[in-house]
Ligand binder design. Structure first.
Ligand SMILES: [Zn+2]
Length: 570
């Protein structure tokens, strides 16, 4: 065991799980649990199950990371295909295992050992799965990957060259207004050409999900969607109340910030694409490449606390950061965790912009939590639900503020200001996407035109500054079609806003009393997923954004912070 913890990433063995061995093993572990007559014997059986699942998820994780690091390697590609093939089987055994423990005569005794929340998680999983929806789940996967292919394969003509969506994004934020406008029009034309195709995929997804919900006994997909996200402590009513608070407290503030930005840029009759340009003098630029930034991050984490110092040195010494973009590497960024090695891993594609610093802080926050939760013995309780995970990462972005002069030099204040305003301005968009999805699944038979009209209505209420004079397709209310979460993971998007609101409290408390705020943050990270979202907040004395008035309490201190920036210097 000790030896395993000393391995570097390059020395991790590649074990490709075979279907036969995996199923046999899972079957025998399941039988072992079924034969238990008491909590005491079950405890040993559960331990065996956890051990195997940890090995399996480590093997699958190593395959996924190696494959995304080098998608052209045939060995990794084949291994990844094997993993994709057997994953549904593994999940179905997971559901069976949970069912046995839920129905055990000695369940009360087990609850004393593992806590009640674990059983709530199990119950939740049972409510969102049944063998009879497996064909639907396969179909759902097909449809979402069709969507991903269309978006990922976009080839957009712009000024004689061909770009994909993210490459074109750079021009939509160009300091030259004509360039922004032309790029926005190119994107609009592309969306117009693919509108029907994407709308059809979405329509099929909505009907499919509505059908699954009805097969499982739900009125519509909303409650099932919440269940699939592991939400055991709040429902759509609570979320609606929370959105109302954002409308009241944040929508007017965001509008003020947008107006200020346009005034400073000297733009009259601002269009949606104009808001991508933050400063006349351009965006903040970090001081160096990944090597330079990683060494700054190392010093930052070492300086923050003993826990974070131990963490960053573990990451660097064990080669658990792969940050540079290169040919063959999959796009995007993520943080994952290998249970056997107790090791988090950060994957990214640095591009020389402020995004690189954000990865070191945001994904660093995720990895720091994984590292601090590594000794939680029950794998299901190591990571919380998604809105809580984003608290770890988004708060770390703020705890990193005192080190921004190292990352950005003279651009540090610029970075902090744009980071804070972006975070505030994101909230009205986040609730727009969320409100829209609730309407969609309440009205599964609506047409594409009706969906767009509804989106436009919600957007006009939450983001009245968005104007699309030159972009007729976007003007119809089609912005949601470019938001992948709407297709891939319904109702997930609001999680980012919830976490953001909580992270704002960390910023305010950190500016007031760093030691106290940091201690609270470390405590939250160490709790991992032992409690649901609102339970974690209560445990560490953070405000619950669902409670009336709490959004205001977290937003108001930011006004003072915003005032301290002299934006005339930017
Ligand atoms: Zn994140």
């Amino acid at each position: 065991m000790k030896e395993e913890l000393d391995l570097k990433f390059e020395d991790y063995p590649l074990h490709v799980p075979t279907e036969k061995r995996t199923v046999n093993k899972l079957q025998s572990l399941l039988s072992e649990i079924e034969e238990c007559g008491s909590a005491l014997t079950a405890k040993t059986a559960v331990k065996h199950y956890h051990k195997f699942m940890n090995e399996l998820s480590t093997d699958m994780g190593v395959i996924e990371v190696r494959y995304t690091l080098d998608t052209r390697n045939r060995v990794y590609k084949n291994a990844q295909e094997k993993v994709d093939e057997i994953s549904p089987l593994i999940s179905s055994y997971g559901v069976k295992y949970e069912k046995v423990l839920l129905k055990a005569k000695y369940r009360k005794d087990l609850e004393k050992i593992y806590g009640k929340y674990l059983f709530k998680i199990f119950e939740n999983n049972q409510k969102s799965f049944d063998e009879k929806i497996i064909p639907d789940l396969i179909q759902e996967n097909k449809l979402t990957s069709q969507y991903d292919q269309i978006m990922g394969g976009a080839q957009i003509k712009f000024r004689g060259e061909i770009y994909n969506l993210s490459q074109l994004g750079k021009f939509v934020a160009d300091p030259d207004r004509e360039t922004r406008k032309e790029a926005a029009i190119a994107m609009d034309n592309w969306l117009g050409e693919h509108e029907k195709e994407i709308a059809d995929i979405y329509d099929k997804l909505v009907h499919l999900r509505d059908g699954m919900a009805k097969k499982l006994g739900y009125k519509n997909f909303i409650d099932l969607g919440y269940c699939l996200l592991g939400r055991t402590d709040y429902d759509s009513k609570k979320v609606k109340g929370y959105r109302e608070q954002i409308k009241e407290e944040v929508v007017p503030l965001a509008q003020k910030l947008f107006k200020k930005q346009m005034k400073e840029l000297g733009i009259k009759n601002p269009q949606t694409y104009d808001y991508n340009l933050r400063f006349k003098s351009g965006n903040p630029v970090p001081v160096g490449d990944s090597k330079v930034l990683t060494s700054i991050a190392k010093k930052m984490y070492e300086d923050m606390s003993s826990e974070s110092a131990e963490f960053i040195n573990f990451m660097i010494d064990h080669q658990l950061l792969d940050l540079d973009a290169r040919a063959g590497k999959a796009p995007g960024g993520y943080c994952t965790y290998f249970p056997v090695y107790k090791a988090p891993f950060i994957f990214s594609n640095f591009n020389g912009t402020e995004h690189d610093v954000n990865v070191l802080c945001h994904e660093g926050g995720h990895a720091f939590q994984a590292y601090l939760s590594r000794n939680i013995k029950i794998p299901e309780l190591q990571n919380p639900t998604l809105e809580s995970c984003e608290i770890h990462s988004m708060s770390m972005e703020f705890f990193a503020w005192p080190y921004m002069d190292k990352f950005f030099g003279k651009d540090a204040e610029k970075y902090k200001y744009s980071h804070l305003t972006d975070s505030i301005e994101f909230l009205p968009y986040g609730i727009t996407i969320d409100e829209f999805q609730h309407w969609v699944y309440e009205h599964p038979n609506a047409t594409h035109e009706e969906r767009c009209a509804k989106y436009k209505e919600i957007e006009e209420a939450n983001l009245p500054n968005r104007k699309y004079d030159d972009c007729p397709v976007a003007a119809k209310g089609t912005r949601w079609m470019r938001q992948s979460h709407v297709f891939g993971t319904p109702f997930y998007y609001i999680d980012y806003t919830l976490a953001q609101v909580v992270a704002f409290q960390f910023l305010a408390e950190d500016l007031k009393n760093h030691e106290k705020a940091w201690k609270k943050y470390v405590k939250l990270c160490k709790l991992g997923g032992t409690l649901p979202f609102t339970g974690l907040l209560e445990k560490v004395h953070l405000r619950n954004p669902f409670e009336d008035g709490n959004v205001a309490k977290n937003i108001r201190p930011l006004l003072k912070v915003l005032k301290e920036f002299d934006t005339s210097k930017f």
